[in-house]
Design a protein around this ligand. Sequence first.
Ligand SMILES: [Zn+2]
Length: 210
Amino acid sequence: MNEEQLRQLIRKIIAEESGNSNVIPIGVSNHHVHVTEEDFNILFPGQKMTSKAPLKQPGEFASEQVVTVVGPRGTIERVRILGPCRAHSQVELARSEGRKIGVNVPIRMSGDLAGTPTVILRTKDGEVEVQGTIAAKRHIHMSNKDAARLGVKKGDAVKVAIESDQRRTIYDDVIVRPDEKFVLEMHIDTDEANAANVGKDTVAYLVKED
Ligand SMILES: [Zn+2]
């Protein structure tokens, strides 16, 4: 354990011992897609979506099924479908990945898809056009209880300090998303995680402003 890691650990223990923890676990979202049942059936005819691993948010899972995302200037292979099926298909890429395949990906909250670019999802059995390509705006899932404890409410834009090795970073404009079924977790994408040198044990804190 190096000095930076030791410092992180001590801060985490102090925060937890004080019972007044502002610790926010970080979940790094790799590129992924959500699909409707209709689109799934075109891409995987006769198959059922199967879970490879549960995600931290209850009921959500990484499926066994992967697709190729096709843009005007390139493709991204093996992009995983996250389940269960949704009412609208949606493709979530990092901005740097969008650039590689010729798509200028807007930063949006999940589900806010008006006017977002279209890409093609392809498997060996079929392909669908999906209008709904976004880079997810960074956000924190939390229960209503967490929101009350942290003194924040739905839709608030907060600051989160990421205590990483060599690249401590404060991310502003992190949107609060409370829901009864959510578990406390900040979601950032791979560009954001790399920019802040987020590792497996990196801890983040909500920055309290008076
Ligand atoms: Zn999320």
